[in-house]
Write a protein that binds this ligand. Structure first.
Ligand code: ADP
Ligand code: MG
Length: 580
């Protein structure tokens, strides 16, 4: 609808004469649905959208690059079950946000990417507009749903559809395309308000059938060596007490996937975390709760899973997840909160716990592994190695269990995941299903904004490089974010050399002994150069207590890492022509 039409309609109506426009309607539609924060980067045509949103009382967090605003929105969605919103400009800004949108979809995080776009009349005839691009078509294969709104009176509908699509069933990313001319469209304010939709019950409860519940309980009952695997879907569900009740009632040992760590505390007596290999190999029945049998679980078969035949029980909101890698004997298609509650209700007081010799076997292995690791974590070597440095991180998280721990890198990620215990749900945020680098600063900013808790981001020097400029964002909003860069002078290690003797360094090597801490002081934050475990511990503790944006450059032995961390097997290596 053109402005002229809007004015004519307005003249004809029996209204108050007050007008609204596309900008205000988008903002009001979001607010009506409890979305009060926008992550984004301003620019044409959405600059005023950000300004007006702030004027209306929304929190508008501007980043330096859309990818990080997108990651921030996606993790806000994970933490709150309400879609996080990322706002970008057209073509290049939109493309920068797409990585995060695709990553959100892959990880089942609810998010909405809202991008301004240029005019349909010009784009569709490819006349060459400013930042011309058919954004809707490009977004479609990378998200759960994609919509474009052309008329101001459809904004309420478009936003409602986007919200429902993001959170219902398996959560994921949604794209919402807003052509520049839509934002300026004017309509009667009363009619505009009436056109908005407050989404009722956006993620409805979903219960499996009686037969499915009984089948699952019978399968568990028959098991001699059952194992529960908790995934980030279980953490997302915010059914923490219900899940704990189920685990404890059943007496079944459990393994947390990376982001499910802390859903039950890692020092829980039924935790099999430190006996992972044994638990996977020997279990005869495996119950997956919000975890997929993808590459992170070796697709449910092969060496990691041992030779003992296994039966599988799986709770997932998405029916198509069943049998994706191995046959699922007892599928429970439903939302985790309702489904686990229904199981609990059917496990009467005399429910027989899992055989105790199995739990004892796991506990013995776990305790032995923990004891073996302990001295390594207490080493004070200078330069620090991964174990010495992470021993201090482990201590700081134990002393500050409400801290949100963000983690990315190769060795920095793999070692930290195994070493740093978590004590509370949804406190560990990391590279997720894709193992993507670059989530660090976006996740850190959003975690601080959404929860108010301090954030400790432990990141490899390479991983940090993907989002490092966002330290300015953390300083600008004065967020309680402490970044620890594990600086080993390069990717995997800093010791590679150029075999030709030429002037270029090896492709995996960075400037030696860089001072990342000075990037933080450039923007008024606290920078610390830590060369010993003692300095590292003190700096992290101070940062968490002071809540000041801090960057600690932790100097790690450049020879300490291994190629590709723990997934070197996925990195093909040439055997031809390599010198021994
Ligand atoms: P992890 O990487 O921790 O193993 P995944 O991301 O692979 O976790 O799996 C999460 C699973 O949880 C997905 O299959 C998703 O469909 C499912 N899921 C997400 N939210 C819910 C929910 N509320 N109820 C049931 N299943 C859910
Ligand atoms: Mg490194």
């Amino acid at each position: 609808m053109s402005m002229a039409v809007a004015e004519r309609e307005n003249d004809a109506g029996d209204d108050t004469g007050e007008l609204t426009d596309g900008f205000h309607l988008v903002i009001d539609a979001l607010r009506l649905n409890g979305i009060n924060t926008i992550y984004g980067v301003p620019g044409i045509p959405v600059t005023d959208l950000g300004r007006l949103a702030q004027a209306r009382g929304m929190r508008v967090i501007s980043f330096r690059h859309e990818q990080h605003a997108g990651y921030a929105a996606s993790i806000a969605g994970y933490l709150t079950q309400t879609p996080g919103v990322c706002l970008t400009v057209s073509a290049p800004g939109f493309l920068n946000g797409l990585t995060a949108l695709a990553n959100a979809t892959t990880n089942c995080f609810p998010m909405i990417l809202i991008s301004g776009s240029s005019e349909r009349e010009i784009v569709d005839l490819q006349k060459g507009d400013y930042e011309e691009m058919d954004q809707l078509a490009i977004a479609k294969p990378l998200c759960k749903a994609a919509y474009r709104i052309l008329h101001a009176e459809d904004i309420g509908l478009g936003v409602a559809r986007a919200i429902r699509a993001a959170v219902t069933g398996r959560p994921g990313g949604v794209y919402l395309d807003l052509p520049a001319s839509l934002l300026g469209q004017v309509m009667d304010a009363v009619k505009g308000e009436q056109s908005l939709i407050k989404v009722v019950d956006p993620a409805p409860a979903h219960l499996p059938s009686e037969a499915a519940l009984n089948r699952a309980l019978d399968t568990l009952k028959a098991a001699k060596k059952p194992l529960i695997i908790l995934g980030k879907g279980a953490a997302y569900a915010q059914a923490d007490d219900t899940i704990r009740e189920f685990v404890e009632k059943s007496g079944i040992p459990y393994l947390p996937m990376s982001m499910a760590k802390g859903l039950l505390p890692d020092d829980h007596p039924q935790s099999a975390g430190a006996a992972r290999s044994l638990a996977l190999k020997e279990a005869d029945t495996v119950m997956l709760i919000g975890a997929r049998l993808n590459w992170l679980l070796s697709h449910g078969k092969g060496k990691a899973w041992g030779t003992a035949p296994k039966r599988f029980v799986q709770i997932d909101i998405d029916a198509r997840e069943m049998d994706s890698n191995v046959p699922i004997d007892a599928p429970l298609v439903g939302d985790i909160a309702s489904t686990v509650a229904a199981l609990n209700a059917r496990m009467s007081g005399d429910w027989e716990k899992a055989p105790s010799d199995w739990m004892d076997q796991i506990a013995a292995k776990r305790d032995a592994n923990v004891a073996k690791m302990a001295p390594k974590l207490m080493n004070n070597a200078v330069p620090m190695d991964f174990h010495g440095a992470l021993g201090q991180v482990k201590r700081v998280i134990r002393e500050n269990p409400d801290t949100i721990f963000v983690n990315e890198g190769a060795n920095t990620l793999d070692f930290a995941r195994a070493i740093v215990d978590m004590y509370k749900p949804r406190k560990r945020l990391d590279v997720g299903t894709w193992g993507v680098m670059g989530i660090g600063m976006g996740f850190s900013v959003a975690a601080a904004v959404e929860t108010g808790h301090p954030v400790l981001a432990v990141v490899g020097d390479s991983a940090f490089g993907f989002s490092g400029m966002e330290v300015e964002t953390a300083c600008r909003y004065n967020l309680p974010v402490c970044i620890v860069v594990f600086n080993n002078n390069g990717i995997y290690r800093g010791t590679d050399v150029n075999p030709t003797g030429g002037p270029d360094v090896a492709p995996t090597v960075f400037v030696k002994d860089s001072r990342y801490d000075q990037m933080m002081t450039a923007f008024g934050g606290v920078g610390v150069h830590a060369t010993s475990t003692d300095e590292l511990y003190r700096a992290m503790s101070e940062a968490i207590a002071s809540r000041k944006p801090t960057l600690i450059n932790a100097a790690i032995d450049e020879a300490a890492g291994t190629e590709s961390g723990r997934i070197g097997n996925l990195n093909p290596q040439s055997v031809v022509g390599k010198k021994k």
